[in-house]
Design a protein around this ligand. Sequence first.
Ligand code: ZN
Ligand code: ZN
Length: 116
Amino acid sequence: MDLNEGSALGVFRCKLCELSSPYTFYGQKPPNTRAIVLLEECYGMKDPFSPDREKFLVLGSKCSLCSKTVCVGADCSLFYTKRFCLPCVRDHIHQFPEQIQAELAKKKNTQKTSSS
Ligand SMILES: [Zn+2]
Ligand SMILES: [Zn+2]
């Protein structure tokens, strides 16, 4: 991996799933990109698998309610105008649109109930 340009600023750690990875930028504008402005302040790194300098990966960002650092994985957070961690979404589920409520309900159903 060539980290010559933009060496890591630190290590990003998700508070929910323990994902950790070095990040090379934090903010709404990844370095070396011309027209990209992200919708949120986030932790990201240059895509190590792409030779294109403009390619980058978003690792995660801060929950807008509890300020926990969470990754963008579907099990940890969702983006609905802002970033929310899933525990906060559950606490405020009625303030989210039906579509998101339905998605979350689906996830709950994946927990198997044993009947023995
Ligand atoms: Zn996570
Ligand atoms: Zn939260």
